[in-house]
Design a protein around this ligand. Structure first.
Ligand SMILES: [Zn+2]
Length: 404
């Protein structure tokens, strides 16, 4: 038992350490606004971005202490009790398993609720990012619960079925691949429209410029959508999603106030991800990682010591413990995955600069995004390596500058 708790404690402490050194590094007295950003970040803005980082770091530290402390009674006491309860409740293996995971999901959700409330209506509100009303908060929650329960039940039925054989790791991998395709299919067409409106760009100067740009570069114009992100938050972003016929470029409406050429550079960047088939590369990495993970989990599952330590017997309970123990491995190999994703970002940036025939609009739009999102100007190198899926903004601007 102590080995299990010790293992979870290692991850907890390491995460804590990373976030604290990151904060301390950003707040260092001898850090000034990078020369490259001096034209857009004022000293007030710089101070504000540090205050934002401080609040977010402290908040996430409190949250992780809470969730670590909570995970101990869950592991030791709650899961075995829950297993007994589901065994009494139904004699059907599938019902038992689904209810078991459903209860865990709801417990986690309820425990996390005060935190997401605080994050939106206190921190984001204070820094002027939150645009969400209380009604949106609750209706989002409700839609999230319903879609998770439906999709989760489908996925778990597959898991429970596979779990009946002794060797199930490859079946789990196939399930993840199937789930990836389903979510790439229904994500942009059914799920995301539940939460946001996606519309074509409105007529005007920007649309005309965009049409011309799309035509020159053979970007399918009807696959470019504007999302009403401003109803929740003023953070700006753009992304590329879907596969085959559901592929699309999505632009947050919060970016529409940017100068036209900067919007084009953002679209060029996302088009770069599309052209480079980055979705497929990411699927490749995911498949390798989860296969390794499930293989290890399968070994641990069959070793029978979880059953002995925690006094549980059902496959689904043992699986939950197993995944809880194996998933920290993902945390420790996260830097490798993020390294590849960051390389894709550099590639998409330079792709866009080539399309626009100048790196300047890309640099300007990055600067504006950094300023509008109050991004941390000095992330700690180790933190960056660990968590950043995008290169630090300064690095991206520097890389673009070298192209010009
Ligand atoms: Zn990107």
């Amino acid at each position: 038992m102590w080995i299990v708790i010790g293992w979870l404690l290692i991850q907890f402490c390491f995460e804590w350490y990373l976030s604290r050194i990151n904060l301390a590094y950003a707040l260092k007295k001898d850090h000034h606004i990078p020369t490259i950003l001096q034209d857009i970040i004022t000293p007030e803005k710089f101070e504000k971005s540090k205050a934002y980082l401080r609040e977010n770091t402290d908040f996430s530290n409190i949250k992780s202490v809470f969730s670590f402390l909570l995970s101990l009674p869950i592991l030791i006491w709650f899961l075995p009790v829950l297993e007994k309860w589901t065994q009494h409740w139904s004699s059907n293996y599938y019902w038992q398993g689904l209810v078991f995971f459903g209860v865990i999901y709801l417990v986690n959700l309820i425990m996390g609720l005060p935190f997401s409330w605080y994050e939106n209506f206190r921190i984001e509100q204070k820094f002027g990012f939150n645009k969400m009303t209380i009604t949106t908060f609750w209706s989002d929650l409700l839609k999230n619960i319903i879609t998770t329960l439906i999709l989760g039940a489908l996925f778990l039925t597959g898991v429970l079925w596979a779990l009946q054989s002794t060797v199930w790791w490859w079946q789990f991998t196939l399930l993840v691949i199937a789930f990836f395709f389903v979510s790439m299919w229904i994500g942009p067409t059914i799920l995301m429209p539940l939460f946001n409106k996606f519309s074509p760009m409105e007529e005007g100067e920007m649309k005309t410029a965009l049409q011309q740009f799309a035509q020159e570069n053979k970007i399918p114009m009807k696959k470019i959508f504007v999302m009403d992100a401003s109803k929740r938050s003023s953070h700006g972003n753009a992304f590329f999603t879907g596969i085959g016929p559901t592929q699309r470029l999505v632009l947050f409406d919060t970016l529409l106030s940017y100068p036209t050429e900067e919007v084009l550079s953002i679209i060029g960047h996302e088009w770069g991800h599309w052209k480079h088939r980055d979705v497929w590369r990411q699927l490749g990495v995911i498949v390798i990682l989860v296969t390794a993970l499930f293989y290890t989990a399968n070994l641990l599952f069959n070793a029978n010591w979880i059953q002995a330590i925690f006094h549980v017997s059902e496959g689904y309970t043992v699986l939950y413990y197993t995944m809880m123990l194996v998933s920290p491995i993902l945390f420790f190999i996260q830097p490798i995955m993020n390294y590849f994703i960051r390389m894709q970002e550099f590639a998409a940036d330079s792709f866009s600069a080539r399309l626009i025939k100048s790196p300047v609009p890309g640099m300007q739009s990055l600067k504006r995004i950094i300023s509008d999102n109050l991004s941390n100007l000095h992330p700690h190198p180790l933190y960056r390596v660990w968590y950043y899926t995008h290169p630090a903004p300064e690095e991206r601007i520097q890389a673009l500058k070298e192209l010009g």
